[in-house]
Design a protein around this ligand. Structure first.
Ligand code: CP
Length: 363
């Protein structure tokens, strides 16, 4: 018989799952955001059977309704267990992933669907030289939706051209990661729901510092595109980059032309940080089959003079650029960001795959 006091000589306390341990330090509750967005479900209907390739394809109303649906799922995760019952997802990840693959799969499972996963290209016909176009042709026979991550930007269009079911970009080389950007701004809006209003007062607009290399980081590229949709919410977006090229300059120009007040920072990060409401950091860029890390000079830890109440976002996985000592501070919103991605993906999947009437039932 197992003693209450000891298991293998350890006290029972050491075996207990501490469910009440604080999960995130930000106030991530979605109810305030839910109350701030009026339900207009018809904006979601055009998503049915759309491919999701880029953050550029979303307008403001569609995003807000997706955030509303996500907040609804997040507020009451037990309530919606069947919208995707009988539907099958192919989760094809030809590049490593913890969060994106598992959160898409968690989202699909939570909606009642079934999943087939590929986590290693060497176990598929691709190892024998099969094209992504031919693989896509096969996927039509097996599933209702595909989520694809690949090391190359072109992979998406190669597969999409033979698909008759929706495909979602889960990261294509250095190009884009649209659902990550949706999760990022969903976190910001849960934190400050007043930012969704077009007439947000100047003093409430936020200043954001992005540490990253846009032309090498898909997360940063998609984030800027999503920010540009809600340009009125940002007093200023400053980019602190380890390097910059003409590609970066033209992306920034494009974002400025959409109304986003964004520029490369002309001051040191440590000088700017006390005025930043949000610090977004990413240090990893995938190049071919391996990754490079950037920006040794940008390391966030408790010695950085963050503004009171400022949030740190990071798409994760983290390296030395984000010290674990920040995990137990009010600035840690990066775990909340990862958690919210499940609900954003639930919202998107429902709209892409589910029949129209039922999407409106949910919203
Ligand atoms: N944020 C993100 O894309 O993480 P993964 O690489 O673990 O999917």
């Amino acid at each position: 018989m197992v003693s209450h006091e000891s298991l293998d000589g350890l006290s029972s306390r050491e075996h207990r799952v501490i469910r009440e341990r604080e999960e995130v330090h930000g106030n991530a509750h979605p109810k305030a955001l839910l109350r701030s967005i009026m339900e207009e479900g018809e904006h979601l209907l055009p998503l049915e059977n759309q491919h999701i390739l880029t953050a550029d394809q979303f307008d403001q109303q569609t995003l807000l309704q997706l955030f509303r649906l996500a907040a609804k799922y997040e507020s009451n995760p037990e309530r919606f267990r069947t919208p995707l019952q009988g539907k099958i997802l192919i989760s094809a990840f030809y590049e490593p992933s913890t969060r994106t693959r598992l959160s898409f799969e968690s989202a699909w499972h939570r909606l009642g669907g079934d999943i087939m996963s590929i986590t290693d290209r060497s176990t598929t016909g691709i190892a024998k030289g099969e094209s992504l176009s031919d693989v896509g042709e096969m996927f039509n026979n097996y599933a209702d939706c595909v989520v694809l991550r690949d090391t190359r930007a072109e992979s998406l269009t190669e597969m999409k051209n033979s698909l008759r079911i929706p495909i979602i970009n889960a990261g294509n080389g250095v190009d884009e990661h649209p659902t990550q950007a949706m999760a990022d701004i969903y976190t910001i809006f849960k934190w400050r729901p007043e930012l969704i209003k077009k007439d947000v007062e100047d003093e409430k607009k936020i200043r954001v510092g992005i540490i990253g290399v846009p032309h090498k980081m898909r997360t940063v590229r998609s984030l800027l595109k999503i920010f540009s949709v809600f340009h009125y919410a940002f007093a200023e977006v400053l980019i602190f980059s380890a390097e910059s090229t003409d590609l970066d300059a033209s992306l920034i120009e494009e974002m400025q032309s959409r109304g986003l007040n964004v520029r490369f920072a002309d001051q040191e990060f440590k000088e700017a940080v006390p005025s930043l409401d949000v610090v977004y950091i990413n240090a990893i860029a995938w190049v071919g089959d391996s990754f490079e890390t950037y920006g040794d000079k940008f390391k966030l830890d408790c010695s950085i003079p963050f503004k009171k109440g400022a949030m740190i976002l990071h798409p994760l996985a983290r390296g030395e650029e984000l010290s674990p000592e920040l995990d137990d501070t009010e600035h840690n919103w990066y775990f909340s960001q990862a958690r919210g991605a499940v609900f954003i993906r639930m919202a998107l999947l429902t709209c892409l795959v589910h029949r129209k009437g039922r999407v409106l039932d949910v919203v």
